[in-house]
Design a binder for this molecule. Structure first.
Ligand SMILES: NC(=O)c1ccc[n+]([C@@H]2O[C@H](COP(=O)([O-])OP(=O)(O)OC[C@H]3O[C@@H](n4cnc5c(N)ncnc54)[C@H](OP(=O)(O)O)[C@@H]3O)[C@@H](O)[C@H]2O)c1
Length: 235
C-alpha cells in the first residue's frame, strides 16, 4: 500500500469528494477539508470505510486563521504532505454582465478561488515532503484562460481563475529547484452542484482524469494548465 499523503480542500461534495474517494481507493492517506461536518455526510460515511486513512478537518478557505491553525495542527502531528489539491471553488452566478455586478460575490470568487490557494500554499508548503517529488494542483478552469475563446459571463469567477492560473505560474518558477511541481487543471464541465446536471462529464471520469494529470506532473512540465483529458491548454 502507498504511504502517500494528499490534502484536498472542498472535499465534502462534487469533484473534491470524488478525488478524496479515489485517492483512498488507491491507498493514499487523505486529509479532506470541509466547512461543516453536519453537511459532510458522504465524507463522514467514507471515514467509516477508511478509518485509518481518512482524516476530516474543518477549514474555510476564506479564513486565513483557519488555514494557519490547520497547518499548525498538522505540523504538530508531524504530517508530511506529498500533494495538495486546491479544489474548493466558488462561482458568482449573478455576475454575468457588467451591468449586474454584485461586488460581494465577485470578491468571494477571489477569496475562494485565488487568495485561498495562495495563503494555503504559503502555510502548508513547510509541511511538504520535499525528500521526494511533491506536487501542488490548483483545480482551475478553462474559463480563466485569457487566450481561449470565451463568452461574457461570471466576471468574478473568470477573473479569479485567471489569477489562480498566475499563482500556478509563479509558484512553479519559485519552487522549481525545491522538488515541488505545480499544475493548474481544468476538470471539464462536470455534473456537480456547480456544473449542473446537464454538464458533459460525470464526476468519476473528471476526478480520474485530474488524478492522471497530477500523476504525469513532474518538474519537466511544471507550471502548465491541463484539461482533465490530458490536453495542455493555453493560459
Ligand atoms: N463543475 C464544473 O463544471 C467545473 C468546471 C471547471 C472548474 N471547476 C472547478 O472545480 C472545483 C470543484 O468544483 P465542483 O464542481 O466540485 O463544485 P461544487 O460541487 O460546487 O463544490 C464546491 C466545493 O467548494 C467548497 N467551498 C466553497 N466555498 C468554500 C470556502 N469558503 N471554504 C472552503 N470550501 C469552500 C464547497 O464547500 P461547501 O459544501 O461548504 O459549500 C464544496 O466542497 C472548483 O474549483 C471549480 O471552480 C468545476
Amino acid at each position: 500500500m502507498s504511504n502517500l499523503v494528499v490534502l484536498i480542500t472542498g472535499a465534502n461534495r462534487g469533484i473534491g469528494f470524488e478525488l478524496a474517494r479515489q485517492y483512498l481507493i488507491n491507498g493514499w492517506t487523505v486529509i479532506a477539508t470541509c466547512r461543516n461536518l453536519e453537511t459532510a455526510v458522504g465524507l463522514v460515511s467514507l471515514k467509516g470505510k477508511f478509518p485509518n486513512k481518512l482524516s476530516i478537518e474543518l477549514m474555510d478557505i476564506t479564513c486565513p486563521e483557519n488555514i494557519k491553525t490547520l497547518a499548525g495542527k498538522l505540523s504538530e502531528e508531524n504530517i508530511k504532505l506529498d500533494l495538495i489539491v486546491n479544489n474548493a471553488g466558488y462561482l458568482d452566478r449573478e455576475n454575468t454582465s457588467i451591468h449586474t455586478i454584485n461586488y460581494a460575490n465577485a470578491e468571494m470568487s477571489f477569496k475562494v478561488n485565488s487568495l485561498g490557494p495562495l495563503y494555503l500554499t504559503h502555510c502548508f508548503l513547510p509541511l511538504m515532503n520535499k525528500k521526494r517529488l511533491c506536487k501542488i494542483a490548483v483545480i482551475s478552469s478553462a474559463m480563466g484562460s485569457l487566450s481561449l475563446e470565451q463568452s461574457v459571463d461570471w466576471y468574478g469567477y473568470r477573473m479569479s481563475k485567471a489569477a489562480a492560473n498566475m499563482l500556478v505560474v509563479n509558484l512553479s518558477k519559485e519552487l522549481v529547484n525545491d522538488n515541488v511541481a505545480v499544475v493548474a487543471v481544468h476538470p471539464g464541465w462536470v455534473q456537480t452542484d456547480m456544473g449542473g446536471s446537464t454538464a458533459s462529464e460525470n464526476v468519476v471520469d473528471s476526478a480520474l482524469g485530474v488524478m492522471n494529470v497530477i500523476l504525469n506532473l513532474s518538474i519537466d512540465n511544471t507550471g502548465n494548465l491541463y484539461s482533465f483529458n490530458g490536453d495542455e491548454l493555453p493560459f
